[in-house]
Write a protein that binds this ligand. Structure first.
Ligand SMILES: Nc1nc2c(c(=O)[nH]1)N[C@H]1C(S)=C(S)[C@@H](COP(=O)(O)O)O[C@H]1N2
Ligand SMILES: [Mo]
Length: 217
């Protein structure tokens, strides 16, 4: 026990860099940090994540599409932006009320890519090198699914998955992959990181995974 505690404390200063947080033990094995303010908890299944900016960030769209594409941050910023204000809800129970996210509708990127008739699902990858997510094509085309560039009316911070993360407003927050770097159109759903570990692909808030959450109004 003492040994484990010492490891936790030893890791804390590194993890705290950039986010004012206190390291916490996490039964799921996640790196979970409680923020000093703001209500969010920092999650990353990768122990360190490279930083990307407008010069280095790229979002690649490929798979079953007519026009594979690579977007820079400036190209994403130049597209029409949509702002959505909803509660953020993690499947473990914490919630942050009425949080503005802003970015490009995923449907707009899909339209530009021209999804082949056999395209049925999306597989998302991240530049942390580890995390992944998935949506059906139908879910991905919803108006409340964004490639988010801003949160709380500021550029998305590194800790929150900047420069760009997926934002799936109607689903538990694990669907909102941080540090988004790839979108591959596939013929069927390929489960993401947490889904391979038992979480629902259809992660509608209040309707999946149980965990005693009460749905938001
Ligand atoms: N790349 C990546 N995205 C991720 C995760 C992660 O570990 N890695 N965790 C997910 C989970 S479980 C939650 S609750 C949210 C947390 O987002 P936050 O760190 O901005 O609060 O990110 C989701 N997206
Ligand atoms: Mo989560």
């Amino acid at each position: 026990m003492l040994g484990l505690g010492a490891v936790g404390l030893g890791a804390a200063p590194v993890l705290q860099r950039g986010v004012e947080t206190i390291a916490q033990n996490d039964p799921t094995g996640l790196t979970e940090l409680l923020p000093a303010g703001g209500g969010f908890r920092y999650y990353s299944v990768a122990s360190s994540v490279p930083r990307k900016n407008a010069d280095t960030y790229q979002l690649k769209i490929d798979g079953l599409v007519e026009h594979p594409a690579t977007y820079t941050l400036d190209q994403l910023r130049a597209l029409p932006q949509t702002r959505i204000v909803r509660d953020v809800q993690c499947v473990t129970g914490w919630r942050v009320p009425q949080t503005p996210f802003e970015g490009v509708r995923l449907s707009a990127l899909l339209d530009a890519a021209g999804v082949h008739p056999e395209g049925r699902a999306l597989y998302f990858t991240c530049f942390d090198g580890t995390y992944s997510e998935s949506l059906t094509l139908h879910q991905a085309r919803r108006d409340d699914v964004l490639v988010a560039l801003r949160m709380r009316d500021k550029p998305l911070s590194h800790a929150h998955g900047g420069p760009a993360r997926l934002y799936v407003a109607p689903m538990y927050f694990y669907k909102s992959a941080k540090w988004l770097s790839g979108i591959t159109i596939t013929d069927k759903v390929r489960p993401g990181y947490w889904e391979e570990r038992g979480y629902d692909v259809d992660a509608w808030v209040g309707r999946s995974n149980g965990r005693g959450d009460t749905p938001t109004v």
